[in-house]
Design a protein around this ligand. Structure first.
Ligand SMILES: Cc1cc2nc3c(=O)[nH]c(=O)nc-3n(C[C@H](O)[C@H](O)[C@H](O)COP(=O)(O)O)c2cc1C
Length: 250
């Protein structure tokens, strides 16, 4: 293994591994802590398709996640090939026509340190991509890519019953989504949770055949990372533990 960092080493080591069942999974996959430390958003992919069998195993692991009352409120639509291309085309066309985005679940309004962190990661991504602040054309092109699941060979739409109480249910979906991202790493796959890909839920409903009674909560791009893609070099920062945790009774 030449010239690869620890992260690439782990991911390459497991790329293409087909794991037959849950028994023996531990020995075939990296440790949980390695996966948690090394997971990061992947925004550039190789074109290789992801076998359905692997995606099925990843979802099988992800839905081991806990949920309130074990309600398991998650549903997933997995797209590749023509349906994914069709969805990407409709989404980008809507955006090009200036249709206002109207996701079922909008990003939170941020302020203060939250905005600072959002700006920091955005700046880092653009710096790696070599896109200047004033380069509107390049920024628009990048936005198109985000709308298109970062051109990943597969995309997962995560949705639920719209009549379920929102905050508790979306919390459950969030837990499952992170598990999906971690499970993908066992197979050498990268992911990026992609709010931009759910900008136009009607497009998704049309392509996937989803009823109005479903709330589209998240989308995840998934595929084999292109490690040469500059934005994939980013390891975003985190606040230290003692900035986020207080200790009582120690
Ligand atoms: C709910 C959610 C939505 C996200 N949407 C986007 C998105 O639209 N575009 C994007 O580039 N990254 C998106 N991300 C990825 C975050 O920017 C990323 O997780 C964060 O910067 C931390 O970086 P890391 O995932 O590499 O650790 C999203 C992440 C989450 C959890």
């Amino acid at each position: 293994m030449q010239n690869v960092g620890l992260q690439q080493y782990y991911w390459l080591r497991h790329a293409g591994v087909t794991i037959g069942g849950r028994q023996g999974m531990e020995s075939a996959c990296m440790s949980l802590s390695d996966a948690m430390i090394n997971r990061k958003s992947i925004r550039g992919y190789r074109p290789d398709s992801v076998p359905q069998d692997i995606l099925r195993q990843i979802i099988g692991l992800a839905i081991e996640s806990p949920s309130a009352s074990n309600a398991q409120p998650w549903e997933l639509a997995v797209l590749t090939g023509t349906p994914l291309e069709e969805l990407n085309k409709i989404t980008v066309d809507l955006w090009e026509r200036g249709v206002p985005v109207s996701p079922d679940v909008a990003p939170a309004d941020l302020f203060g340190d939250y905005v600072r962190r959002r700006k920091e990661v955005g700046k880092q991504v653009f710096q790696l991509l070599g896109i200047q602040r004033e380069d509107r054309a390049a920024r628009r092109e990048w936005n198109r890519k985000a709308l298109r699941f970062f051109d990943a060979p597969a995309g997962v739409i995560i949705y639920t019953d719209a009549s379920l109480e929102r905050s508790r249910t979306d919390f459950d979906l969030g837990i499952m989504t992170e598990a999906l991202c971690l499970a993908a790493m066992c197979f050498g796959l990268g992911t990026c949770i992609d709010q931009q890909a759910i900008s136009y839920p009607e497009a998704i409903r049309q392509v996937v055949g989803l009823a109005e009674s479903k709330r589209i909560t998240a989308a995840v791009s998934i595929g084999y990372p292109d490690w040469e893609f500059p934005a994939n070099k980013l390891k975003s920062s985190r606040e230290p533990v003692d900035a986020v945790a207080s200790w009582h009774g120690f």
